[in-house]
Ligand binder design. Structure first.
Ligand code: BES
Ligand code: ZN
Ligand code: ZN
Length: 497
């Protein structure tokens, strides 16, 4: 799918569909829409008066052969209240319009930017919305949705003066959305097509293509480095683990800037191990590597966006299997840091592999850490599929920075409490710590505290994306399945230096 910016008057654009927003105003026919209405002999006014469109969020009104336009269709998309309009809304509108038109076999569409500001950010939002909306999860289907493909999207409405800013936004949007789709594609892979070894190969190929450095630690190097927590999870199955390291080093590093460590959980399949999961819904556990996929996607975007800070991405990857050699409840493991862990539940494996991932990222020089993981079912109970759970260490300014990035890119995130009292829940009886809390609730918080033990004093944030990394139902702007959540926030965070 090609995306370009066009400064030609919208009425002259020869396209299958011209898309425009309609606000939920007392009079929705204003500005450009009033112009279109005039050349269409008052058709829009008539439809609006009969309440055929109202401007309600994502309401679609398709008009065929609109008079006065070269376009063969006009699609009016509800944009909600004008004062609530922002780039996040625009991104959804763009995505929903693309999916609506794609289902109707449209090949070429032009997006007429709403009057609320023709700038860099709006072009970025439209590009991101369109590219992420065009992603389908039908790779293994004989009958593919993408056979009904959109060939081109034109972003229209920009003047010659606004063109440079628009193109800058378009390029940035394309880079970020393609990285997001790269991550979603990995998450969509079933575990028989994506083992830790294959994930590492894909990460290495991505790094090579993007000009990033990659170091893949195989099971031997993992053992030499005494990554006992990662190894304990991997020992339950035949697939060897990998510790994937991808590094971005800026040409001109900003003096005094942090070295950011991005650590992502990549359990390519989580059966639960000996503490085995119920059969129902277990197939979804192929997405238990979404944290790792997100971090690799972030690196892919950063390689093109070229921030001024160094970023080290560490992705511990393994299966969690209940084989004959699997670890058993009560087993005591020694993490790379030297801490001993009593494994009371083998299904709480994400925190184990992150323990070694976080420790290794620090050893490689990370001064500020963020980890992302599909860590707990408890976060789904707390925040459903709406908000990412955010857990911070003692440096609240680092957490605030991430929350500001989330807000800027329109990703919903919610900070959870990390009082010292919760730490007591994972105090070990027979080892330094235990991998689950002792039956007092707060499951997502104890999971976060476990990882924090390994971050130590290094500023650290944990993102629990168990509820948000996978859409159980399709949205008008996004296919069912992997979302690529947190990628945009993390790219924004790194680019803010
Ligand atoms: N991968 C799961 C978390 C998960 C659960 C993700 C549901 C998505 C949906 C994780 O490894 C896990 O099994 N966590 C346990 C922890 C428990 C044993 C303390 C959980 O949440 O049940
Ligand atoms: Zn688990
Ligand atoms: Zn898991």
């Amino acid at each position: 799918m090609q995306i370009t910016l066009e400064t030609k008057p919208y009425a002259t654009l020869e396209t299958d569909a011209l898309v425009s927003c309609v606000f939920e105003d007392t009079d929705p026919i204003q500005g450009t829409l009033a112009e279109i209405d005039k050349s269409a002999n008052g058709l829009l006014r008539k439809l609006s008066t009969s309440a055929e469109f109202t401007g309600k969020p994502l309401e679609m009104t398709l008009i065929h052969a609109p008079a006065g336009l070269k376009a063969t269709r006009l699609l009016l998309v509800g944009a909600g209240k004008r004062d609530k309009f922002d780039v996040a809304t625009l991104r959804k509108i763009s995505g929903a319009a693309l999916r609506y038109l794609k289902a109707r076999s449209v090949k070429h569409l032009a997006f007429l930017v709403c009057e609320n500001g023709l700038n860099e950010d709006s072009a970025q939002a439209i590009a991101e919305g369109a590219i992420t909306a065009n992603f389908e999860t039908d790779k293994y289907k004989s009958d593919k949705k993408n056979d009904k493909s959109i060939d081109s999207v034109v972003i229209a409405g920009y003047s010659d003066k606004e063109k440079a800013a628009g193109e800058k936004g378009l390029t940035r949007g394309r880079i970020i959305a393609e990285a997001q789709n790269f991550a979603r594609d990995l998450v969509n892979e079933p575990s028989n097509k994506l083992t830790p070894k294959i994930l590492a190969e894909k990460a290495e190929a991505m790094a090579k293509e993007s000009g990033l450095a990659a170091d893949i630690l195989d099971e031997k190097r993992i053992a030499d480095l005494k990554m006992g927590a990662l190894l304990s999870v991997a020992q339950g199955g035949p697939e060897p683990p990998r510790m994937i390291v991808v590094t971005y080093t800026p040409a001109n590093p900003k003096p005094g800037a942090p070295v950011i460590g991005l650590v992502g959980k990549a359990v390519t399949f989580d059966t639960g191990g000996i503490s085995i999961k119920p059969a129902e819904g277990m197939e979804k556990m192929k997405y238990d590597m979404a944290g790792g996929a997100t971090m690799l996607g972030v690196m892919r975007a950063l390689a093109a966006l070229k921030p001024n800070v160094k970023v080290i991405c560490v992705v511990p990857s393994t299966e969690n299997m209940p084989g004959g050699k699997a670890q058993k409840p009560g087993d005591i493991q020694t993490a790379m840091s030297g801490k001993t862990i009593e494994v009371l539940n083998t299904d709480a494996e994400g925190r184990l592999i992150l323990a070694d991932g976080v420790h290794y990222a620090k050893q490689l020089g990370a001064t500020h850490l963020v980890d992302a993981a599909t860590l707990t079912g408890a976060i789904v109970v707390a925040l459903a599929n709406i908000n990412v759970g955010v857990f911070g260490g003692s440096d609240q300014s680092w957490t605030d920075k991430l929350l500001a990035s989330a807000k800027a890119v329109g990703e919903k995130m919610w900070q959870m409490p990390m009082d010292d009292e919760y730490r007591e829940f994972i105090k070990g009886s027979f080892a330094d710590i235990q991998n689950i809390g002792s039956g007092k609730g707060g499951g997502s918080i104890t999971g976060a505290w476990f990882i924090r033990e390994f971050a130590g004093d290094t500023p650290w944030i944990h993102l629990d994306i168990a509820g948000t990394a996978w859409n159980d139902d399709a949205k008008p702007w996004l296919a069912k399945g992997p979302t690529g959540v947190a990628l945009r926030t993390l790219v924004n965070l790194v680019m803010s230096y």
